[in-house]
Design a protein around this ligand. Sequence first.
Ligand code: G6P
Length: 580
Amino acid sequence: MCGIIGYKGKDNVIEVLISGLKKLEYRGYDSAGIAVKGDTVQVIKSVGRISDLEEKVNNTKIIDTDMGIAHTRWATHGEVNEDNAHPHRVGKITLVHNGIIENAEELRNQLMSDGVVFNSNTDTEVIAALMNSYYENSMEDAIEKTINDLRGSYALGIICDDSDKLYAVRCQSPLILGISDNGTFITSDIGAILNYTNKYSLLGENEIVTIDNNGYKIIKNGKEVHRDVMTSDLTDEDNDLHGYSHYMLKEIMEEPVLVNNLINKYSNDLDKLPDLSKYDSIHIIGCGSAYYAGMIGKNLFEEDGIKVDCDVASEYRYRNIIYNDKTLVILISQSGETADTIAAMRKAMENNIDTLAIVNVDGSTIAREATYKVLIEAGREVAVATTKAYILQVLILSLLSYKLKPDNKYLSDLKKLPQQLNVLLDRTGYFKKLADSIYKRNDVFFIGRKIDYAICLEGSLKLKEVSYIHSDAYQAGELKHGTISLVEDGTVVFGIVTDDFIRDKTISNLEEAISRGAKAIYVGTENTKYDDQIIVPKVHSKLQPILVVPVLQIIAYYVALKRGCDIDKPKNLAKSVTVE
Ligand code: G6P
């Protein structure tokens, strides 16, 4: 992962780089750095957040410059310190890198035997050293030779002491070109430059970009390549907190409107959605919350009579998968750039299997490469822990399931959903009160069966991601087969009970936990005897998760707030995981 921005042009380079880094910070936030070039190359790095780097930059005399590169890091090779932070500088080469070089150790050893001394533990410094060793007088040649030696993923922004040009190249990791009247950008995400331009071009693998005062040139294997200039629909507005204290809260509160938008788009025009009836087996693949959205989809499509396997992408890509000619692979990804999910997609495509991408970011690798795509239209999601994107992924799965087996109740319930969601999210006072009773606990469990278990998975993940409280989800019937030993006086156990068919069973399991001292929080559609209960409106079973998960998201938010956590940027996490 990590985030890259680079710029050459007339705008203030430091402002472009720092404002870009702030918007890329969701991609990694353990350290950051910039390098600018004028008569010399000046590098400034800092451990911590972009604000720490900004302070250091503000206290430093910056050289006259019209170009620079910058990076925000999520550590993969080497601990978090300034030496390991990017940019890395070896000889005449200074560069920033997103990705992982798999043969870095081999290359490092070769370079060391040639006398190169390394200052960091990173694979990125190896790239810089290699490029420096190849550099004679042509950067294009040095880049070409370097990438020929690299195995793995990389997006690189490069400066050479001898050149006034900015260079870039990518393979597997994302990097796009931004184009404005004043200059040219390279960035991991268009969101980083929207305050300057919404014009961009995508870059193919191993295309070498050279940026100078007249614009840019893209070359592959010695030949010039033309890439269309596109216009992004996103605006810088999407980066604004709009008065909320955190993006997570803002994004949860956007859910009713976004759900309404998708309903309006699809409910009367199901032809816009792919038809799954020609498949007899579906594999749903994702990572993190996207995988848990897939678990909801598994329950929905199974009810429709289709065999469904749901797996995390990092496992799926290496397992022996049995396909048939009626298999569909659904890839769920907010970013469309998650490395494992991309690999899972490519595995299916190599087997000539149809793939359907449910993605947020149009133009992303998964959106571009899958056979079919459905965009969830969440707008930009800034908080690292996903909320609105998850809900819209589930809504798309639900609509696909409805298309397979239409019924009138679904449609009438669907139309009520946004308003019901609004009313639920308004109950903040009650959610805060519940959060008060949870925030000092060490362990929280979520139990449910079938689709309720899938809901538990996401509720539990959200809580642990943002509050750092240990939390786990269990199939309600499974708790007693081991984990119940951890239940003690005051342990919080959420019972998610929306499926009438197994309602009594889950309640019995909740009772088993209560008998051992658990404090139960019931979330369901029917009134109960429990002191702490959240009753959500009963809707069509294919829509129920869309009314329950937001409640769990908002409770997680308030628990994290009470604990003083860094809610939008939880420790050790990053939003877009573009490394394996
Ligand atoms: C990371 C994020 C999760 C996200 C997962 C998948 O782990 O921290 O919040 O669910 O990646 O991301 P994707 O962009 O593929 O949905």
